[in-house]
Design a protein around this ligand. Sequence first.
Ligand SMILES: NC(=O)c1ccc[n+]([C@@H]2O[C@H](COP(=O)([O-])OP(=O)(O)OC[C@H]3O[C@@H](n4cnc5c(N)ncnc54)[C@H](OP(=O)(O)O)[C@@H]3O)[C@@H](O)[C@H]2O)c1
Length: 305
Amino acid sequence: MRAVIAADRSAVAAGIRLSDVAEPAPAINDVLVEVRASGFVPAEWEWPSTWIDRSGHERTQPIIGHELAGVVTGLGYGTTGLSLGQRVFGIADWHRDGSLADFVAVEARNLAPLPGDIDFTLAASLPISGLTAWQGLFQHGRLQPGQTVLAHGAAGAVGSVVTQLAREFGAYVIGTGRATSRQAALDFGAHEFLDLDSEDIRDIGGVDLVFDVIGGDVQEASAAIIRPGGTLVSVVGPVEARPVDATVVDFVVESVPAQLTQIVQRVRDGRLHSHIGTVAALEDAVTALNPTSRRGGKTVIRMRN
Ligand SMILES: NC(=O)c1ccc[n+]([C@@H]2O[C@H](COP(=O)([O-])OP(=O)(O)OC[C@H]3O[C@@H](n4cnc5c(N)ncnc54)[C@H](OP(=O)(O)O)[C@@H]3O)[C@@H](O)[C@H]2O)c1
């Protein structure tokens, strides 16, 4: 089968190539999925799981990509809950070969049924961004209606979903990003927008929840404006900022089918829009994942129609 492999860790995106590899076999509790489309998070090179398996052994030439939408074509021993021919979407295990391939083996518990009226490209853009936003706001951030959320990178893949879900939940949302993202962030539902290049986070006043997708100085400045009892949620690794009286959470998204179902239902009824920036065929994936200029939103690779 065709697959995009990372051939050289030090070369990051420049080290990927389209290759012919053996089709995976579904293990116990797995399904084999014929992938129709796969989303991609450009920071995947930095994740330890891309290069090391669960036993701590080095992974050589891993197949990258973990957000997927496709059709179940095989069942592992003991697999229940999904059936052959079923449309599914979700996140493939970080430590195993991923979904930028014709087929991927995934634990069935990581996939949700995909409604027939949602196309595969759209579905493949949802799992990581949607679940990260959902889990950061509701599980880790314990968001309450009426609270103020500082949604960094509000026009990006994760931040745009954070903005929409927080707004739907009754929060006051301050989106951030570069000046060029202002209109998109407001269109996604931010009540106001802060240009990180020219405005000072400390001028905002107090917020209850910071959703950090940037880190560094932005995180540090944001920590300083969290109200007592508030929360700093980060998805960019261990948090260095130390807010005075706030809970600090750094987490890695998990595939939770019940939450995927909530997310896709919102897409179906128009409450949630996915920010897809680039769609390319698998043959063009290497070029699409090595962009010469930065385009906002999610990159989705289509394996077939
Ligand atoms: N822990 C987890 O489970 C998890 C899950 C998903 C994502 N992540 C991480 O979260 C981060 C964001 O992911 P994403 O998919 O949402 O990326 P994305 O689509 O590129 O969104 C990031 C947004 O933040 C903006 N931004 C970044 N740095 C900025 C800066 N210094 N000043 C102003 N704006 C800035 C970007 O603007 P430009 O496009 O103009 O740069 C973009 O709008 C990545 O590091 C990713 O690895 C972690």
